[in-house]
Write a protein that binds this ligand. Structure first.
Ligand code: ZN
Length: 541
């Protein structure tokens, strides 16, 4: 059934308005037959996506092989406009743009694929493929991933709500139920009208809907279909997300120092704090690690021919035999995926909690600008688990929504972590030195707390730290920093395990009064555990 719409004359078309968007996710009730249909649609979408990805990739490769590409890259970055003209003409010549790929999607969506995927959805897939390849083109990603049949494509979205995949909501007198429509199926959504977040979201206009398929821990898990999938609808809604009344917004200015596994919070007036960051994720991370090891053992046991006598994976040519996956292996893989999902969800909620705690103190935030990708190399494990970059992004969004500011202070010019406000000198501190104590009489003070204090009193990104600025503030801040340290020590005494980077050794250990003593102890620990420890300490900033 085709509906022909009258084309609007171009002059009457309103310019595109950019409105804020927020998301609401609802679980879907999908029966056996519907699951089968959805699976078929998703499989068609997967194949179309791979085709689009392949086309975009080859267009990019042809474009980069052109000698003009080398010429364009040779234009110095200072000549911005010339550079841009050169690159955009190349993109045009090789059809490497979002809209050119939309055109290609029109052709690629033929015969049987067209039965499953409508034109709008094909466009969204083309956009997605283009973005993935463009990341490679811009040097932000190394390669693109084609979606394999085994893993499949797990989300599809639409662009509007007038046809294809869309969400419809009944009026209250009709039953107030919501359905996701896709082709001939009507998938019922579970709506809890008593939940203020859901109620608030559904009161807003819908921009488009996205269907998401997630693997459950097993086919017998609650709400899963026979293949072990759960389905959700994600609605993109117009407006700003719900703000719970319990989350109040303060007015203080806060200095933050984020380490791979710690966070130091020093407000200008309120209580200072030094806390482990995302500590609750640690046990889940351990479980994941065990599953990863099980998976590796199973993979090796199933495919002994793929490894040499020393257990190293062999190089694989085109004719190499396929990998064998046992049922146990598949089960472990599923459990691992589930564990990852749980960790991600838990992390998100911990980040959210911490952001709200900070907002309660104030929404003027100062933080040192850090390259989290650089951290990833040095502290892979804790950065992977705690995702500090994601935390800062969330903080930025929330701060902007509440009308506050988040200033990122560049580290290279200010050198805050090396600065001492007592004498105004900068001195590099090695990683293991967790305490700031200067001959001029400042300290000992925990290093992260000290740099959070320094950053709290800088206003703009181009500010430079100076002695005069801090002298008056130090008097009021020092007792607060000491209190934060004592608070942390108290936690250690009560048996809470703290990251070693805090510089307070484990439970019931007494803190040395003088720096010399603490240095000795740290050196001793390091002598014993050097290889082990290196990855867990925060960097020299
Ligand atoms: Zn000093």
């Amino acid at each position: 059934m085709k509906v022909r719409r009258a084309k609007k004359p171009k002059a009457l078309k309103e310019p595109k308005k950019h409105t804020p968007t927020f998301l609401l996710e609802l679980p879907l009730m999908v029966n056996q037959g519907q699951a089968k249909h959805v699976g078929a649609h998703l499989e068609a979408a997967r194949q179309l996506y791979n085709a689009l990805l392949g086309e975009a990739k080859s267009r990019m490769q042809r474009m980069r092989a052109d000698p003009r590409w080398q010429e364009a890259s040779a234009i110095p970055r200072s000549q911005k406009q010339e550079r841009q003209v050169a690159f955009s003409s190349l993109r045009k010549a090789y059809g490497f743009s979002e809209y050119a790929l939309h055109d290609y999607a029109k052709k690629a969506r033929c015969t049987w694929i067209a039965v499953h995927v409508d034109a709008m959805m094909a466009q969204t897939l083309a956009t997605r493929a283009y973005r993935a390849v463009n990341q490679v083109c811009l040097g932000k990603a190394r390669r693109v991933r084609f979606k394999s049949k085994g893993r499949g494509l797990d989300s599809v979205e639409n662009k509007w709500t007038q046809s294809g995949l869309r969400f419809v909501l009944q009026k209250p007198q009709e039953g107030h139920a919501g359905f996701l429509l896709w082709k001939e199926d009507r998938l019922g959504a579970l709506i809890d009208w008593d939940d203020p977040v859901v109620k608030y979201g559904l009161d807003h206009p819908i921009k488009f809907a996205r269907l998401i398929r997630r693997q459950a821990s097993s086919p017998r898990a609650q709400g899963a279909d026979c293949a072990g999938y759960r389905y959700f609808v994600q609605l993109a809604l117009e407006g700003v997300p719900y703000h719970k009344p319990k989350h109040t917004v303060g007015t203080d200015t806060i200095g933050l120092d984020l380490g791979p596994s710690t966070i130091a919070v020093v407000p200008r007036e309120g209580k200072a704090e030094l806390r482990p960051f995302c500590e609750d994720l640690r046990p889940k991370g351990k479980q994941r690690h065990r599953l990863e090891r099980t998976l590796d053992r199973q993979r090796r046991a199933n495919n002994p021919d793929h490894y040499d006598e020393q257990g190293r994976p062999k190089k694989r040519g085109k004719q190499a035999p396929p990998w064998k996956n046992s049922r146990g292996y598949l089960k472990t893989r599923r459990r691992l995926a589930n564990q990852e999902r749980k960790i991600a969800a838990h992390r998100k909620s911990l980040h959210g909690q911490r952001v709200h705690e900070l907002m309660k103190i104030g929404n003027q935030i100062r933080v040192e600008k850090i390259s989290y990708t650089g951290w990833q190399k040095q502290f892979g494990r804790s950065v992977g688990r705690n995702a500090p970059g994601m935390f800062i992004e969330l903080l930025k969004r929330t701060v902007a929504r509440t009308g506050g500011t988040l200033v990122e202070i560049p580290t290279r010019t200010t050198k805050l972590s090396q600065f001492c406000h007592g004498c105004g000198q900068t001195a590099k501190k090695p990683l293991w030195q967790r305490w700031h104590e200067c001959q001029c009489g400042i300290g000992p003070v925990q290093r992260d707390l000290y740099s959070a204090f320094l950053v709290a009193y800088l206003n703009a990104a181009d500010d430079h730290p100076s002695r005069a600025r801090y002298e008056s503030y130090w008097e009021s801040a020092e007792p607060r920093l000491r209190a934060a340290r004592e608070d942390t020590e108290q936690r250690a005494k009560e048996g809470q395990i703290l990251p070693r980077s805090i510089g307070i050794p484990g439970a019931r250990a007494r803190l040395p009064k003088r720096l010399e003593a603490s240095r000795q102890e740290l050196v001793y620990r390091r002598g014993r555990l050097e290889a082990l420890d290196r990855r867990q300490e925060p960097p020299v900033l």
